[in-house]
Design a protein around this ligand. Structure first.
Ligand SMILES: NC(=O)c1ccc[n+]([C@@H]2O[C@H](COP(=O)([O-])OP(=O)(O)OC[C@H]3O[C@@H](n4cnc5c(N)ncnc54)[C@H](OP(=O)(O)O)[C@@H]3O)[C@@H](O)[C@H]2O)c1
Length: 341
């Protein structure tokens, strides 16, 4: 597929500054966790990436283990980065992470320096890049000294393999510790990547305040609660849906209390001329601490609908009050173990 990016891609200027850094990120970022792995990119997945960039999405989020088998999302995206997207490299912010199970043995999981550095080297080779823009510690490791993880992150910057570093799913307490350790090593923690959505609000307890105080940006992953914040599940579980895969989104999560929330949130969204999916994204972005909402999509139609949420980012006090009646915890935070420490 020959590709030339649209000339008007920055017309809307939908960017927000990442903490107190010099880096702007798009309000919506595309994540390549699902739908971008396997043996080569599907045609639709390629279209999603090009469409996203055409609409001003400059940030693409990966991890060493994205795709089935693990790592294939980086391989597939690397092929695009070395061909159709090559001339746009300076316009792109590419992130990757390490911290979950990647290869066998003691050096292919968690957060030792040995694992993080060799994983980053592997990611760079798969992505066919000299450097990534952001390298993350994917989760907190209770059995590795945080100093060692900080050493690995700072080394990645000093070696020029990453421009910035961040953490994902760290508690407020461990974010403060990591920030201090990184500063002692002459590196700043750019960004935190936590899960956050209308039905998973743990970051509001203390993390967002901490990030704001430390000048660290925040990119909220799974802002659609893996697709639960849509009205696709109110009657059935559609065949082409994440809940039907029954992997990270278990069918049991589609229960009565969840459906009741969605039906009511959908009514509020309609009054705003938005779908519940669009309102969910605008809602996450209502907080200035949130730099970007990190979504996943299975087709261009979903992507366009998500990006159109940016047409209405304002909420009245009464709308927010009304939303709060239904935007309550649904016990869906699969990543909670990492932030318990
Ligand atoms: N740091 C971490 O530990 C971590 C963990 C998870 C994810 N992430 C990052 O966050 C990214 C996003 O995660 P996610 O995919 O769970 O995010 P999400 O945006 O909450 O969920 C994506 C799913 O929502 C549904 N969806 C999207 N747009 C829709 C629309 N317009 N209408 C109806 N349904 C729509 C689709 O579900 P269907 O497939 O059912 O159609 C899609 O697969 C990942 O790619 C990854 O980069 C990071």
């Amino acid at each position: 597929m020959k590709y030339t990016a649209k000339k008007d891609r920055y017309k809307k200027n939908n960017f927000r500054r990442c903490g107190n850094s010099g880096l702007d990120l798009p309000l919506i970022t595309l994540g390549l966790w699902k739908h971008f792995g396997g043996k080569g990119l599907k045609n639709e997945s390629k279209k999603i990436i090009f469409r996203a960039f055409d609409r001003g999405v400059t940030h693409f989020d990966l991890a060493n283990n994205y795709g089935i088998p693990f790592g294939t999302a980086e391989i597939n995206f690397g092929k695009l980065l070395s061909t159709e997207l090559k001339k746009y490299r300076n316009e792109l912010v590419i992130s990757t992470k390490a911290g979950y199970d990647m290869w066998p043995g003691p050096y292919g999981n968690w957060s030792s320096k040995k694992y993080l550095i060799s994983s980053l080297d592997q990611s760079l080779s798969k992505l066919k890049l000299d450097y990534v823009d952001i390298f993350y510690s994917h989760r907190f490791d209770p059995n590795t000294p945080l100093e060692e993880t900080a050493d690995a992150l700072s080394l990645s910057v000093k070696q020029g393999k990453a421009l910035y570093v961040g953490v994902s799913s760290y508690s407020s307490r461990n974010t403060i510790r990591m920030n201090k350790l990184l500063l002692e090593r002459g590196v700043k923690c750019l960004i935190h990547q936590p899960s956050y959505s209308m039905i998973n609000r743990w970051v509001e307890y203390d993390l967002l305040k901490t990030l704001s105080k430390l000048g660290i940006g925040c990119i909220a992953f799974s802002p659609l609660a893996q697709g639960m914040l849509s009205n696709k599940y109110t009657n059935i579980i559609p065949k082409n849906s994440r809940a039907n895969d029954n992997t990270s989104l278990k069918k049991q999560m589609i229960n009565k209390s969840y459906k009741n929330k969605i039906i009511n949130l959908d009514l509020i969204a309609k009054k705003r001329n938005q779908s519940v999916t669009q309102m969910a994204l605008s809602w996450v972005l209502r907080k200035r601490e949130i730099t970007s909402a990190l979504i996943g999509v299975r087709n261009v139609k979903q992507l366009d609908e998500c990006l159109d949420s940016l047409n209405n980012l304002n909420f009245t006090t009464s709308e927010l009050k009304n939303i709060d009646k239904y935007a309550k915890e649904q016990n869906i935070n699969l990543w909670a173990a990492s932030s318990k420490h």
